[in-house]
Write a protein that binds this ligand. Structure first.
Ligand SMILES: Nc1ncnc2c1ncn2[C@@H]1O[C@H](COP(=O)(O)OS(=O)(=O)O)[C@@H](OP(=O)(O)O)[C@H]1O
Ligand SMILES: [Mg+2]
Ligand SMILES: [Mg+2]
Ligand SMILES: [Mg+2]
Length: 382
């Protein structure tokens, strides 16, 4: 791959994810102090959606359309405007419009353009609804999960903003914003506790501010990078410094740590516990909301991420695309439980996925898990 391919795309994607992280932080702070829950809705599958999910989707859609105007910008993203357009959603829609306009006014801090005047409700609804591409095997498609781990977001816990670019069925760039990624990795697995990072007197102010990062990678570069979030006015400077990240060197299962979803409904905890036992893992699993689990593998803070959704659940591309390329370029391996790479070329879903997803810090541990899956599968109830 040519060195300079996707430079503009990656640059804009990183900036807009920073902007989106700042939006999410503001909305999460407000959510945590509000008691009426008016800005959290339930979707048809009972999963939550918030002002932040719609606002990030609108913001990213607007910035990509503005940057690549003249091109037919195809975006595959999670949210639609159905709930927002209901007669009783006036307050919610007003909050989204307000949040997007506030956020876009900050865009120049990240070297992005802001509109000359606040956008109208119709423009914001249009920006959200044009992210309705279904991807596919040819051409360019942006893939966005505006807030991944919305449940974690609502709980004041871990969540991520994920943006990827797919070209001809392959993920070519991935950007993952993790606004609550703690400085001390031990805090990752303490549910509902991230706010203690800011209220814990044993942590200095600087340490508290240091939570949050944006990870990114370009396919074929052999490098993955991390930037700290830019906070307030204090150290606001762009371009932001980046440091290279790499997966953990641990190959001994006894020393390895597994990440998995928090919710039992999203992954079979007893099956993964069986695998961990078969492989000789001793550490307790780290249960973390969202693609932050992949971030932990890419940063070298954990060695294995497994997700075995219940039979019949179809994984969506926006829950994985950005993170997979980052883990791979950081030196890791990501496949389904049959050892095959994930296929991002077949539309909104990861069609043909064999049982579950396994992301690993390296080939040796990965092979051991695949073997353990084969040994355990027949006796499982999946
Ligand atoms: N039933 C079921 N089974 C498997 N996966 C599901 C299921 N329901 C939802 N989802 C998707 O999981 C995304 C969140 O995954 P997590 O690993 O963060 O789950 S957890 O919160 O840690 O339990 C979550 O992403 P967001 O909607 O962006 O939060 C969903 O796309
Ligand atoms: Mg998601
Ligand atoms: Mg989401
Ligand atoms: Mg969701």
């Amino acid at each position: 791959m040519e060195e300079d391919k996707y430079t503009t795309e990656l640059d804009v994607a990183v900036r807009v994810v920073h902007l989106a992280c700042s939006l999410c932080q503001r909305v999460q702070e407000k959510l945590l102090v509000s008691t009426n829950g008016a800005h959290v809705k339930s979707k048809d599958d009972d999963s939550p959606v918030t002002v932040a999910d719609w606002s990030v989707q609108a913001t990213v859609s607007l910035v990509l359309s503005e940057t690549f105007k003249g091109e037919n910008v195809s975006i595959v993203a999670e949210e639609d405007v159905q709930t927002l357009s209901k007669a009783d959603s006036e307050g919610l829609l007003a909050a989204v419009v307000n949040t997007v306009n506030e956020c876009l006014a900050e865009a120049p801090k990240y070297g992005l353009q802001s509109p000359n005047r606040p956008l109208a409700t119709s423009q914001i609804l249009e920006a959200i609804s044009r992210c309705n591409s279904s991807g596919g095997p040819s051409g360019r498609h942006w893939v966005l999960d505006p807030v991944d781990g919305t449940l974690g977001f609502v709980r004041g816990d871990q969540y991520a903003v994920a943006l990827a670019l797919i070209e001809d069925g392959k993920v070519v760039i991935g950007v993952l914003g993790c606004p609550n990624y703690p400085l001390k990795k031990e805090l990752l697995s303490y549910p509902h506790k991230h706010n203690q990072v800011t209220s814990n007197p044993s942590l200095s102010n600087a340490e508290a501010w240091d939570k949050g990062c944006v990870l990114y990678a370009r396919r074929g570069s052999g490098e993955a990078w991390m930037q700290p979030l830019v906070h307030g006015e204090v150290n606001l400077q762009w371009p932001n410094s980046a440091s290279q990240i790499q997966v953990s060197p641990i190959v001994d299962p006894a020393l390895a740590t597994v990440c998995e979803p928090v919710e039992r409904a999203n992954s079979n905890h007893s099956f993964t516990a069986g695998l961990a036992h078969t492989m000789g893992l001793r550490n307790q699993p780290m249960r973390v909301h969202s693609m932050v689990k992949y971030a932990a593998i890419a940063r070298g803070d954990a060695e294995i991420f497994m997700k075995f959704a219940r039979c019949g659940y179809k994984e969506k591309i926006w829950d994985h695309a950005a993170a997979v390329v980052i883990v791979e370029e950081a030196g890791g391996v990501v496949t389904d439980a049959g050892g095959r790479p994930l296929d991002f070329s077949r539309g909104v879903y990861l069609e043909g996925l064999d049982r579950g997803i396994i992301a690993c810090s390296g080939a040796i541990l990965h092979e051991k898990i695949i073997e353990a899956v084969y040994a355990s599968w027949d006796s499982s109830n999946l």
